[in-house]
Design a protein around this ligand. Structure first.
Ligand SMILES: CCCCCCCCCCCC(=O)SCCNC(=O)CCNC(=O)[C@H](O)C(C)(C)COP(=O)(O)OP(=O)(O)OC[C@H]1O[C@@H](n2cnc3c(N)ncnc32)[C@H](O)[C@@H]1OP(=O)(O)O
Length: 187
């Protein structure tokens, strides 16, 4: 399983500390399980059923339409293009849009673990402005699972999959039962 770290102060190109706080860092003893989620063919099928998602769905005209491009272990790659509708400052992606893209990417990595997870906490570092028209290359991976808690990290690069990091994120996802989603809809 590949899981390049973006986290250590010494390993960061900017010299900034990594994105994970104590609440998004797995405790000692947490492990990264072998993914037990659906394989690639099932992923395509499930994503096709999920058209309303602001992050990845095709029905949301101003949505991000993140396309997943690969899965290796818990590492999921994807990409999306920043549209004018995604601006914050003129000509630049809104930070919330980039956070949403990271939530989508991290959520996909959690999903391949084979259980139902929702985002409990999402931390982001914005490293560089992202112009409208840019393709953002997303990558997320699991750093540990401890009971219902899954810890994930991710990054978004511009200029190519190995380009500079524009945004990076760390998150805590919480496993929920199936009823979570029907209950939320009724509320
Ligand atoms: C189709 C293919 C698609 C595949 C791709 C899909 C990509 C989709 C990506 C989008 C993902 C989303 O945006 S999901 C939508 C945004 N998120 C949500 O709507 C979640 C809203 N929040 C909740 O529903 C709830 O707060 C939960 C489920 C997160 C937790 O509630 P709960 O089940 O009652 O559990 P609770 O006891 O509170 O918490 C369990 C443990 O987690 C800890 N914990 C909970 N929240 C936090 C937190 N923010 N920071 C630190 N720790 C936390 C607690 O302290 C506790 O630790 P301990 O005491 O056990 O130690």
């Amino acid at each position: 399983m590949t899981a390049r770290s973006t986290g250590s102060p010494s390993g960061s190109p900017s010299g900034r500390p990594g994105p994970a706080s104590s609440r998004t860092t797995p405790p000692p003893g947490a492990t990264v399980p072998e993914p037990s989620g659906p394989d690639r063919r099932d992923l395509d099928l499930k994503l096709a059923d999920y058209d309303g998602c602001f992050g990845c769905g095709d029905q949301s005209s101003d949505g991000l339409r993140v396309k997943q491009t690969g899965i290796t272990g818990t590492e999921v790659t994807g990409e999306f293009t920043v549209l004018e509708a995604h601006q914050g400052a003129p000509g630049l992606a809104h930070g919330g849009v980039l956070a949403t893209a990271m939530d989508e990417s991290l959520g996909s990595s959690a999903w391949v673990l084979g259980k139902r997870y929702v985002t409990g906490r999402l931390e982001t570092d914005f490293m560089a402005p992202v112009p409208v028209g840019s393709t953002v290359y997303l990558r997320s991976w699991c750093t540990g699972v401890d009971g219902r808690k899954a810890y994930l990290q991710g990054e978004g690069r511009i200029g190519g999959p190995d380009g500079p990091i524009a945004v990076r994120a760390a998150a805590l996802f919480i496993e929920v039962p199936e009823e979570h989603f029907s209950r939320e809809r009724e509320g």
